[in-house]
Design a protein around this ligand. Structure first.
Ligand code: DC
Length: 223
């Protein structure tokens, strides 16, 4: 069976996951949040007491002991690390930064990319991440590069964290976001960049509903 793949890439906080989830529901596709996989590996490294900045060797060796599974509950993706549901535990600022660090380790990427490609082979997917259109699924049917100004993205992330009761200042969130942008786009292996054939959509100043409408209209036109 030929499956359809939609790749959505872009920097942190551009709205990729909320938009992808909504679009997936509308089209009846499976939403795959690849960032959650890097976050789960980071959580593993942190709980093992590893320094996520200098783990290449140690983490590559430890990877055989890491199992990551996805499951769907009421249409929402849940992620399991060695059998435990870590869907909420991976959403802290510490894990966000750790994920950006472990994502620079080639052995980590190769393991997760294999999983991502297998998922796309057996169903219609909308997959979001940093390297989906450039590396994971270079032949994806539709590619979108979603971005927004860094201040806008930091404000959205700050609002999300504040709503969850996480105590952070806007400046901290902005600094973290800039660091992650730099980390994600300058690593050697499969860095964040727009694929030549990806549509560029900028959501700066747009509401969630406006962004979803724009992307859905673009996808429906292409399908
Ligand atoms: O999308 P996110 O914020 O949950 O991703 C967390 C980190 O994982 C991000 O800073 C970079 C990394 N990542 C990646 O390198 N490649 C992907 N396909 C997805 C995420």
């Amino acid at each position: 069976m030929k499956t359809i793949s939609i790749a959505i890439d872009g920097p942190s906080g551009a709205g990729k996951s909320t938009i992808s989830k909504t679009v997936a529901k509308e089209l009846g596709f499976t939403y795959i949040d690849t960032g959650a996989m890097y976050r789960a590996v980071a959580l593993y490294a942190l709980t093992q007491g590893m320094d996520t900045k200098n783990t290449d060797g140690a983490l590559a060796l430890a990877l055989d002991g890491v199992t990551i599974d996805l499951a769907y509950q009421d249409g929402a993706q849940r992620i399991y690390l060695n059998g435990s549901d870590v869907s909420e535990a991976i959403r802290t600022p510490k894990v966000s930064m750790g994920a950006s660090d472990v994502a620079t380790v080639p052995a980590v990427r190769l393991k997760l990319v294999e999983l991502q490609r297998a998922l796309a082979k057996r169903q219609n997917v909308i997959m979001d991440g940093r390297d989906i259109g450039t590396y994971v699924l270079p032949d994806a049917d539709i590619k979108i590069y979603l971005t927004a100004d860094v201040e806008d993205r930091a404000m959205r992330r700050f609002d999300e964290l504040s709503a969850k009761g996480t105590e952070v200042s806007f400046d901290e969130v902005l600094e973290d976001m800039k660091k992650r942008d730099l980390n994600d786009s300058t690593r050697d292996f499969a860095p964040l960049r727009r694929a030549g054939d990806a549509a560029l959509i900028d959501t700066t100043g747009a509401s969630f509903a406006e962004s979803v409408d724009k992307i859905l209209a673009y996808i429906k036109k292409q399908l």
